[in-house]
Ligand binder design. Structure first.
Ligand SMILES: *Cc1c(COP(=O)(O)O)cnc(C)c1O
Length: 420
């Protein structure tokens, strides 16, 4: 469910026709709908309402835009951050430090110290080594760090290999069979207050079964750790629920997810923590582009657009599908390949796809681009960094500027030794 719909034949975001944004800001541009974001945040939060105690930390990496974080903060969301950069964003958006969780395998000493200084709510340790390093820093700073131990449950999430994180061969967490011993040792380390196990087995999951298997496994581990005399007061169940990118695809609903969680965790007696990303922000945005030209091909024609893999990396990285739609379709369709201008063949959004008929100068969108879209953008081929717009009813604003190549060039130097 989203608020991108056709009004008198023109695709609009809430009450704003997309051509108005294209005319003012140019293309490519991400457009977010505040109403859609709020709706998804509420549906997920309300679904978890059946659980006795639940806290939600939005996975900032899925969409770190400050305006997006501000909307979620107002909905009572905390943040799951994976770098100090994301930590500073969450704070800048007004999130309560206590509601911030710090995940990631490579937190540096400086990052750990900064997170301690601002008083975040929980460190999700990914190794014993990290725990010992954090303990040392915490003792030096006179602080105690509340921690979860991230466990690798060795469960196949059944998703794309590059976004699967819960198999033994993935870099995340500690091995399942060593987790209890590591938890026990860290629980006795001054400077740490071990309180939870954490897991996150992957992203864009299309079935609840792997999640249920992983939660069940880690629940057993929790009982074993308690049996050994250690406290476990929280359990962090991660994120990973997928969204339909293709019209007609069916994915687990938040209510089904919550019912499964309630069933599995009924006797745990903990505060449950969740780290959803994509399911909150995916539907919230589209990437709007203009057709540069349509070029004859050996097979289907090439629709060359002004958005590229540097603006939306998912198709190139994960062979991901994004529905493509004309902003002002005339009802005719054709089969075409959709590509960007970047000089490599991975800059391909779709091959031989049945799409709205488009021609030079037409506007079109990729749908479901609110998660892992702008956040992955870069400036490959010296292209500008793509801007972001947020719509709210009939109001709209640029919430991230287009960073032009001249600005990026200004940060580069020719050193003296080349000057002669
Ligand atoms: C990426 C990530 C998430 C969010 O994943 P989604 O699939 O977007 O819900 C949550 N937790 C951790 C630790 C992550 O790395």
């Amino acid at each position: 469910m989203d608020h991108f719909h056709y009004v008198d034949g023109v695709l609009s975001a809430e009450d704003v026709p997309l051509p108005a944004i294209a005319a003012a800001v140019g293309t490519p541009v991400y457009v977010y709908s505040r109403a859609t974001l709020t709706r998804h945040a509420r549906v997920f939060r309300d679904a978890l309402g059946i659980l006795p105690a639940a806290r939600i930390a939005f996975a900032v990496k899925s969409n770190p835009n400050l305006a997006v974080l501000r909307v979620l903060a107002a909905e009572g969301y905390g943040a799951d951050v994976v770098s100090v950069g994301e930590l500073e964003r969450a704070l800048a958006a007004g999130m309560d430090p206590e509601a911030i969780v710090f995940s990631g395998v490579g937190k540096t000493a400086a990052e750990l110290a900064r997170a301690l200084e601002v008083g975040i709510g929980q460190f999700n340790l990914e190794s014993e080594e990290e725990g010992l390093e954090l303990a040392e820093i915490a003792v030096r700073m006179g602080k105690v760090a509340a921690c979860a131990l991230r466990v690798n449950p060795d469960v196949d999430a059944g998703t794309h290999g590059k976004i699967s994180t819960g198999k033994a061969e993935n870099k995340f967490g500690v091995p399942f069979d060593r987790a209890a011993a590591i938890y026990g040792r860290l629980a006795q380390t001054p400077g740490l207050a071990m309180r939870a196990l954490a897991l996150h087995i992957g992203s864009q999951l299309s079935s609840l079964d792997p999640l249920e298997a992983a939660f069940t496994k880690v629940g057993g581990l929790m009982h074993a750790i308690r049996g050994a005399g250690h406290a476990v007061t929280h359990m962090d169940l991660g994120g990973g629920i997928g969204v339909p990118y293709k019209t007609g695809d069916v994915f687990p609903q938040p209510a089904e997810y919550a019912a499964m969680v309630a069933r599995v965790t009924g006797n745990w007696g903990v505060t449950l923590m969740f780290e959803p990303g994509r399911v909150i922000t995916g539907n919230t945005g589209v990437l709007m582009t203009e057709v540069v030209r349509v070029k004859e091909g050996a097979g289907a024609p090439w629709v060359v657009i002004d958005a590229a893999m540097n603006d939306l990396a998912r198709p190139a990285l994960y062979d991901a599908w994004h529905d493509f739609a004309a902003v002002q379709p005339d009802g005719e369709r054709f089969v075409a390949n959709i590509v960007g201008p970047i000089c490599e063949s991975s800059d391909t959004f779709a091959m031989a796809r049945d799409i709205d008929l488009v021609k030079r100068g037409d506007l079109a969108v990729f749908r479901t681009a609110g998660a892992y879209g702008a956040t992955m953008a870069n400036t490959y081929n010296s292209r500008p960094l793509v801007p972001e717009v947020m719509v709210d009813g009939e109001k709209w604003a640029v919430v991230a500027d287009r960073i032009d190549p001249a600005t990026i060039l200004a940060a580069e130097r020719v050193p003296d030794f080349l000057a002669g």
